[in-house]
Design a protein around this ligand. Structure first.
Ligand code: F3S
Length: 422
């Protein structure tokens, strides 16, 4: 397939915009060939996932671009880094690792980006609008941007995302094009799923895990929900479905912007398959999020994806007058921006009095911060529960926010399964 280039593209490829822009666009052009695109399109924002330090190659790539004078040409936010500059010495992060991760942060910051250091960039004012063409990395953020905001992005991998931000161009393909955004699989909630359960704080997490597993990389449409999820519930769904599956776009009928009706969600075509979701499947999905049944507990981790201001608000009253057990650490991960807001509004006092800790700009999966003696973890995040057993080699128990707080206080895992009929 022949790729049509504009005058400006050709000029950039000749080096008229500098060597970094030439390198970036030549990679975009090469990738357009790989995905079979016949044109490029302008993007108006980017979110860069290559910021996490995972070794020498990623650092070398970032520093090479920086040495060539790379500058982004669209508003660009940064995903988590591998380092919490403020608190890393409280944990087990090796000093040399911290130095390298910091070099990588400086390289990306120097390209004219906004140092947001968060995997939840949609919590910021800069978030994209409906229909906006963007190039975002980070799977949960991609699913949120496409599905909840109605912006348009493909699943941009590390290193390619920054090339789009520097050149301002992306292959015109996949979810950038309206005709590729129609639903494919229909998930219908059955009548045995109670309204009360649908309002619980762990329902959308469990549902997202189930939908992701069954959808893989198709576009699911979810129908039959009675409640209206808030943004944190949608965030939890995105993170879960993009981890257990490759979901980059979903539609919830009557809730997400491209799905005012079933017909709109499927763009007038019939679903490839219809799947009924009942209590049995949901219970199984919840069970799958716990790896290594044990009531031992060393650490509770919240904030995957990064904690929002609304979550800090929900957490504070649960901690009032209580204290974490001396044998259990209680950690919240968030962005520096969101924790700044939480501090200004007095929401961190309860966490500090409780004995909780904060990690900003990174997370326990992106930074080697956990010491070996921490073995048993608890979380309210499906994404964390999905990746942590393999990446950290720890036992993970999944629970609601209330379960996590109660367990931290008791010093052992406590889970209330009454809404799940356990
Ligand atoms: Fe964010 Fe780390 Fe979870 S990057 S989505 S907190 S694994």
């Amino acid at each position: 397939m022949t790729l049509t280039l504009t005058e400006k593209d050709r000029s950039m490829l000749k080096g008229d915009f500098g060597p970094a822009a030439r390198m970036a666009l030549s990679i975009v052009v090469r990738m357009a060939g790989v995905v079979g695109a016949d044109a490029l399109l302008d993007i108006t924002a980017a979110h860069i996932d290559s910021t996490v330090y995972i070794g020498a190659a990623g650092l070398e790539f970032a520093e090479r671009l920086a040495r060539l004078g790379a500058k982004v040409c669209v508003p660009t936010t940064l995903n988590v880094s591998g380092l919490d500059e403020f608190h890393w010495q409280e944990w087990a992060v090796p000093a040399e690792w911290a130095r390298q991760a910091h070099r990588q942060m400086l390289a990306y910051q120097g390209m004219g980006t906004t140092p947001t250091w968060t995997c939840a960039p949609y919590q910021l004012e800069l978030r994209p609008a409906f229909g906006q063409q963007i190039a975002w990395g980070e799977s949960n953020a991609i699913a949120f941007a496409n599905s909840v905001l109605g912006a348009r992005t493909e699943r941009y991998p590390d290193l390619f995302d920054i090339c789009c931000a520097i050149s301002g161009r992306a292959p015109a393909t996949g979810l950038h094009l309206a005709e590729n955004r129609g639903g494919q699989l229909l998930f219908r909630l059955s009548a045995d799923v109670s309204e009360k359960l649908q309002y619980s704080d762990d329902f959308y997490t469990v549902l997202g895990n189930l939908v992701g597993k069954q959808t893989l990389d198709k576009i699911p449409v979810i129908d039959g929900l009675t409640g209206r999820p808030d943004e944190d519930q949608l965030k939890a769904f995105c993170a879960a479905a993009a981890s257990s599956g490759g979901v980059a776009l979903f539609h919830m009928v009557g809730i997400t912007p491209e799905a005012p009706s079933l017909e709109h969600a499927f763009q007038g075509t019939p679903p490839v398959q219809a799947i009924e979701i009942g209590m049995q499947a949901l219970r199984l999905s919840r069970q799958q999020l716990t790896h290594g049944l044990d009531d031992q507990l060393d650490l509770v981790v919240l904030g995957c994806p990064h904690f929002s201001l609304a979550e800090f608000k929900r957490l504070a009253p649960l901690l009032e007058g209580r204290h974490t057990h001396p044998g259990v650490k209680f950690l919240v991960t968030s962005s520096r921006f969101m924790t700044g807001l939480a501090r200004q509004t007095g929401l961190l006092q309860a966490l500090e009095a409780f004995g909780g800790q904060l990690t900003v700009d990174t997370c326990t999966l992106a930074s080697p911060m956990l010491p070996a003696e921490i073995k048993c973890l608890m979380t309210n995040s499906a994404k964390f529960a999905y990746y942590a057993p393999g990446m950290l080699e720890k036992n993970i128990t999944f629970g609601s926010l209330q379960d996590c707080v109660d367990s931290a206080c008791a010093g052992r895992v406590i889970r209330d399964g009454s809404l799940w009929d356990e």
